[in-house]
Design a protein around this ligand. Structure first.
Ligand code: GLN
Length: 453
């Protein structure tokens, strides 16, 4: 059932929260061993919450849209009293001392958390193979990766182990796994959703967003989690919603259809364009800086990663490996606690920020980032939305790219520009990605729903 269908069923007493939660817990018990989508299941809490919801309904209260909705939560989003490990060894026993803003919002709205889901360590990766707790498999084909870094959340939704989920997207981590698992994924506008309680990867890029079965469900969740939060100074007041989005023209950026795009994917995107042309005017457009976005991201992101990762020193957080002195304790704790990809990025980041190289790399990348954003601004002067593929290839085999970081990074070539520019983007089960101007999520939902019909 989708969120909307479940809500109807709950209202009409065709099902209960408890019955629904139990059916998900059963499915998880049966299938999570092979899928490895969940790192931990909150069975007791989920059943208790469901009981509360059912009691409220029995006492005559009208259920809200998210009452009893069983959700999977990515392991980098804090739930008070629960472990939040970001799939890292170094945070293996870290228990969150407060709720993320989005968790508070969802709890208030009556949602139920089924468990925390697997991911690439600290959200660094595109396949969920960089988890310290084993890879997640793609429920559509168990020999393939589910994408990453929110692979556990996408696999849980695609496999029917959650009604919907939360992920985070810094360079594609919601959209790329949504495309690989054939579900819906939304990266909101930077600032639309508070990052308070999200374990930071690259703070100027990170956004929390929904992974769902339908566009409508993604919209319901987005409306529930967005809004201004005092704890995140980059979050902003929600823009007025409800008014019609009025999408007329959709731009197709020619740079997204060049070399490297798999022929099968091109064909399915062409079919989407054809469908869109029944309702919207289609225009070819150019985003000339697309090719520079990936290299720009792989300077800015590791720079911010190296800064954010400094707190994991074995003293303030996480597992400690004692050495002879303080520096040795740091080295041992970080060397033991952090995986290869995380260490690679910390090294890259400290390098590009170091005195001799700051101008050559970091400052230059910041200027390129501004140009990428400028591309979108210019394009949106002539079109209301942009349509592009989310990924250049279909899901690859587990193990196929793990020893080739460059091949892995190329998986994000079409998702990263939206993060650099801060604009919202919605991936559909077909693998198509709609991109809108800042805070115009409702345009995404409008065209997304049209495509879903
Ligand atoms: N796959 C990209 C990376 O490895 C994006 C990660 C993300 O969005 N968290 O950096």
């Amino acid at each position: 059932m989708t969120i909307l269908e479940f809500h109807e069923a709950l209202k009409n007493k065709k099902t209960s929260a408890r019955e629904t939660v139990i059916s998900y817990l059963d499915k998880i018990k049966k299938e999570n061993k092979k899928l490895n989508a969940y790192l931990e299941v909150f069975e007791k809490d989920a059943l208790e919450r469901a009981k509360e919801i059912d009691e409220k309904i029995a006492s005559g209260e009208e259920p809200g849209e998210l009452w009893g909705v069983p959700l999977a939560i990515k392991d980098n989003i804090l739930i008070r009293g629960k472990i939040a490990s970001a799939a890292s060894k170094i945070l293996g026993n870290y228990v969150a001392s407060y709720d993320a803003f989005v968790i508070k919002k969802l709890q208030k709205a009556g949602a139920i958390f089924l468990g925390r889901t697997n991911m690439d360590e600290f959200a660094m990766g595109s396949s969920t193979e960089n988890s310290a707790y084993g890879p997640t498999k793609n429920p559509r084909d168990m020999s393939r990766v589910p994408g990453g870094s929110s692979g556990g959340s996408a696999a849980a939704v695609a496999g029917g182990l959650a009604m919907a989920a939360l992920g985070s997207d810094t360079g594609g981590s919601i959209r790329q796994p949504a495309a690989f698992c054939e579900v819906v994924g939304l990266k909101p506008t930077y600032g639309a959703v508070s990052r308070s309680g999200l374990i930071a990867m690259a703070s100027s890029l990170d956004q929390i967003g929904p992974i769902a079965q339908t566009v409508e469900d993604a919209e319901i969740l987005f409306n529930a989690i967005s809004g201004k939060d005092e704890m995140d100074s980059t979050s902003v007041l929600k823009k007025s919603s409800g008014a019609a989005a009025k999408v007329k023209t959709i731009g197709i950026p020619k740079e997204y259809f060049g070399e490297g795009l798999d022929a099968g994917i091109k064909k399915s995107i062409d079919a989407i364009i054809k469908k869109l042309s029944q309702k919207y005017e289609i225009k070819e457009i150019s985003l000339p800086r697309t090719a520079d976005a990936l290299s720009c991201y792989y300077i800015i992101m590791p720079a911010e990663v190296s800064s954010n990762m400094a707190r994991y020193d074995g003293v303030r957080y996480g597992a400690r490996e004692n050495g002879e002195d303080l520096v040795e304790t740091y080295k041992k704790s970080r060397g033991e606690g952090l995986g290869l990809e995380v260490r690679r990025r910390v090294l890259l980041g400290t390098y590009v920020l170091s005195a001799g190289y700051y101008d050559a790399y970091y400052s230059k990348a910041q200027r390129v980032r501004a140009l990428v954003a400028e591309d979108f601004k210019k394009a949106f002067a002539g079109v209301d939305l942009i349509l592009a593929p989310t990924v250049p290839t279909s899901p690859f085999k587990i193990g196929e790219k793990i020893n080739d970081p460059m091949a892995m990074y190329l998986s994000d070539i079409y998702t990263i520009p939206a993060n650099l520019a801060g604009v919202p983007a919605l991936t559909l089960p077909s693998g198509a990605q709609l991109i809108a101007p800042h805070f115009e999520e409702r345009r995404l939902f409008e065209a997304g729903k049209f495509l879903e019909q």
